[in-house]
Design a binder for this molecule. Structure first.
Ligand SMILES: *Cc1c(COP(=O)(O)O)cnc(C)c1O
Length: 301
């Protein structure tokens, strides 16, 4: 199964960029290179869900997401790859012609538009649309599931033991808890710094505490810039500088916001300079290809 989604492509290399500040030994793990569409943590999260579907003889995957969900897109492409039909409930009615949903549809995903109100009641949606549930594996929003954690935990075996701190963009804390599980299972000493990209740090922290991982991972809050997908000129400028200096695509919603926060913490010495840091690139590079981001990027002289 890894022939298509090659986790060996997720190399680790030094991260040299003056826009990051230079105090620490800084490395990056390139989960964004696993696949151009099913990238980063979305492949890690889907892997065991797909194996589950196959072992149970399911022929369809059903999931949920917003109009700019990396998870929807990843599910659409992975479904096509493994010959599983894909369906998704998409939240809200505005902007259904964006490049995310068009690409998901290209992979054959059936998109079912539902109002924000209906979207909240996922059980109700399932019962109304799929009373039989036959041949259907339901994957929760964002891929959040025990199978997802199992897939994420595998990352730890690919990380050198002498890394002190693993840093990543965090939204549902599934990646965070999966990393912690891997660390606990492998008796590693790494700590995890999960940077909240939306204003739900308390909720994320509760998930870590409930699973007994509060001593391994920390949720960083205060750098959300107002909330999910909210940006400012400084963040946008940082993303552009980073991309130009490294050739690595980052997006302002997830990895760019997390790297920007990491840069701030390094510069302010919130992270001690002797810490060996590994940034986990969780993918999501499709987020750059939007008018909002590219529209402001010009190179005319
Ligand atoms: C979904 C996503 C995240 C957030 O992962 P969680 O496990 O929900 O915390 C981070 N980065 C990228 C690029 C994502 O697409």
């Amino acid at each position: 199964m890894d022939a298509t989604f090659n986790t060996a492509a997720s190399v680790i290399h030094p991260l040299q960029a003056s826009c990051m500040g230079t105090a620490n030994s800084l490395w990056i793990k390139r989960d964004d290179l696993i696949h151009p569409i099913v990238s980063g943590n979305k492949w890690r999260k889907l892997k065991y869900n797909i194996l589950l579907a196959q072992s149970q003889g399911k022929t369809r995957l059903l999931t949920f997401g917003g109009a700019y969900s990396n998870h929807l897109l990843a599910t659409a492409c992975a479904g096509a790859t493994f010959h599983l039909r894909t369906l998704a409930f998409v939240r809200g009615h505005e902007d259904f012609s964006n490049h995310y949903l068009r690409t998901a549809a290209l992979f054959g995903m059936k998109l079912i538009k539902v109002s924000r109100e209906d979207y909240r009641d996922k059980e109700g949606l399932l019962q109304r649309h799929f009373p039989e549930m036959e041949n259907l594996l339901v994957i929760p929003e964002g891929g959040e599931s025990p199978e997802a954690e199992t897939g994420i935990a595998e990352i730890i075996a690919e990380i050198p033991e002498d890394i002190d701190l693993i840093v990543h963009a965090s939204a549902t804390a599934t990646t965070a808890t999966g990393l912690c599980r891997g660390i606990a299972e492998m008796h590693r000493k790494h700590k995890v710094l999960s940077i909240a990209v939306l204003k739900n740090a308390a909720e994320q922290r509760t998930k870590l505490e409930d699973k007994g991982f509060a001593a391994i991972a920390d949720i960083m809050e205060g750098y959300e810039l107002g909330g999910y997908a909210k940006t400012n000129e400084e963040l946008m400028q940082f993303c552009r500088s980073f991309i130009r200096e490294t050739g690595i695509l980052i997006d302002p919603v997830y990895t760019g916001k997390a790297l920007f926060t990491l840069k701030e913490m390094i510069t302010r010495k919130v992270i001690p300079p002797d810490q060996k840091i590994l940034f986990l690139h969780t993918g999501g590079s499709m987020g750059i290809f939007s008018e909002k981001f590219l529209g402001q990027t010009t190179n005319h002289h």
